[in-house]
Design a protein around this ligand. Sequence first.
Ligand code: ZN
Ligand code: ZN
Ligand code: FE
Length: 756
Amino acid sequence: MRLRLQITGLVQGVGFRPFVFRLAEESGLHGYVLNDTSGVFIEVEGDKDRLDSFLHRIIKEKPGLSKIYSLQHTYLEDAGFSNFEIRESEENGEKRASILPDISACDDCVNDITTPKNRRFIYPFTNCTNCGPRFTIINSLPYDRGNTSMKDFQMCPECEREFNLASDRRFHAQPNACPVCGPWTGLYDSRGNVICEREEALEKVVNLVRKGNIIAVKGVGGYHLVCDATSEEAVVRLRERKHREEKPMAVMFPDMKSIKAETNVSSLEERAIDSIEKPVVIVRKKETTTIANSVSPGNITVGVFLPYTPLHHIMLRKLKKPVVATSANMTDEPIVRDEKDAFNRLSGIADYLLTHNRDIVRRSDDSVVRIAAERQTPLRRSRGFVPSPLIVPFRFSKPVLALGANMNNTIALGIDNKVYMSQHIGDLDTPLAVEFYEETVNDFLRLFDMAPEVIVSDMHPGYYSTKFGEKHYGDKLIKVQHHYAHILSCMIENDVPEDAGVIGFAFDGTGYGPDKTIWGGEVLTASYKGFERAFHLRHYKLPGGDVAVREPRRTALSLLYETFGDEAERLELVPFKQEEKYFLINMLRKNINSPFTTSMGRLFDGVASLIGLRHKVSYHAQAAVELEQLAFRSDEASSYPFAVENGVIDQRPMIEMIVRDLKAGSAKELIARKFHNTIVQIIIFTAELLKDKTGMSYAVLSGGVFQNSFLLENAYYSLKERGFTPFIHQLVPPNDGGISLGQAVYGNSENTTRNL
Ligand code: ZN
Ligand code: ZN
Ligand code: FE
């Protein structure tokens, strides 16, 4: 296979390309390296082990003068290179290339802050040319101190000297600072009274965490809510105050050793945790873990990460304990960014606030990734990755603005041969989120100095992003079907050739179909030119519409009604009072407020409820997440029957057999496993039908349901075994956070009527 690396950093004029050349030759890999405006771009080919080792060595053995700020990697199908070469450089987009992501504290800086004799000992805003905040402090370009939130801090003579000395690590480090001249921290109580400042604040905050307090801590892209992750009581209190009942929260550990003490970490997971971007990585908890159960209740996994700013390093080193570090917000609102906001919105949640006087110009939440099928899948692409561009294999004929979906929203700009995706904006359901959204659209257009000529939105008339596009762009707006955008995003990041056709599995919770119903269990045949809906789940109804999303038991009842008709009223499988059940079935029977859907996400919900696992959810996809965890506990190989006719995948035979298994007293784990196996079988069966019909063998897996690693891995390997070439996400999320990439790609077509 082929490994593509896109590296930003100080990698030009420091012997990087010759180094890559030697490393490739030595590893027996073919391909090429070239300088582009943001760094170097590398493709090498060989077997996976050699590529993994190449990826590892490029970081470990890079030339002494070079620095890597970000590294995005993708495993692709091979391209048949016959040698290794250094190719001509790319020259476009100089200005945009200077907007770098925020870079986690480098080893040298960590060394400075932990060495008592150093003048930056325990100074939380230490940075250098190789690390520190970028994206979150830049007001405008060029990237000079005067254009950042460091502009009000006058460098002291000593810092000035470093800044001007070519041989110094802080030569032209724009946010350079020290305890004499730079920003400082302050500790406040929840009413806004200052308790203490500077080093004392850090000392004190550690003690407060130990005593079980909840602290709002200002970081690089927003505030975190922090508490002792080993204290059940503190974590429960945080949940109550944040109104976040059960959604898992991330845990920051002092170091890798402490992560390994609490979780089982594979080598790929370790690499991800310790990567430059320092994302939250979803890993398995150990049975013996001391992490409070309430951190990720009912979950065998937990999101872990390492300190990435000097402030975090100092706190965690003093504390010597893992802390919950979750975005500071009320559920579903954007992360808190400034002091005023912090005191307003967090005073009821945090006991204390540890803040500082370096402004956050733009928010950026922590990124989240997971390893599945030996690849890194982003679940949220934000801090550390944004705004590194994604390289596409064509040039945008006109600049494109993609407005994203409604959940997990991101926006994207397409220009030259690059797509710049925004940070995670979130669900556009609250006034604050909408404000953040509009801010980000304007911010990106200004920052990247772009006047979009094509604007792309989803087709859903109810999405805020669609309405925004209609209001501001009118005629210039084109709309793309949700699931096709999912498939396009996965095609482009996997370098699917221009003229190729693919079988696209777009499985998610909700997406608007051209027939005005809610799609979500879709098998498409697609190319960059358009798509056809080849198969979909059999339509069923959601009694009460959105209420059914929060109450999987309603979906369960609907599936029973579809399968057994009136007899469903007598089945005692889902917990409803008799009159409720009668009422809901009447709604289904008479088509009252019960929209049709082919949603795969809801099918997972419905089955989770049927087997008695979860009838109401407190966060999105909770029922499906729990169903997946059950499936891992069984090794059953069999699956349930289903029928395929006239493009419809009929799930009723499966529901019938699930009910039979339930009546026979089968274990929940077994049913959950057989259900997952069935979905894999549906993928294989329809893929083979389409392969026979069209000759296509590329299979693309996208949509939020593929965040389910059990399903993803089993589908991936089963497709592979049967001679398909499966493609999965490695650069953008399979959920709606990746939609803007697909929309941007769609926007490049001249023909806007290709959508069916
Ligand atoms: Zn540094
Ligand atoms: Zn200074
Ligand atoms: Fe979706």
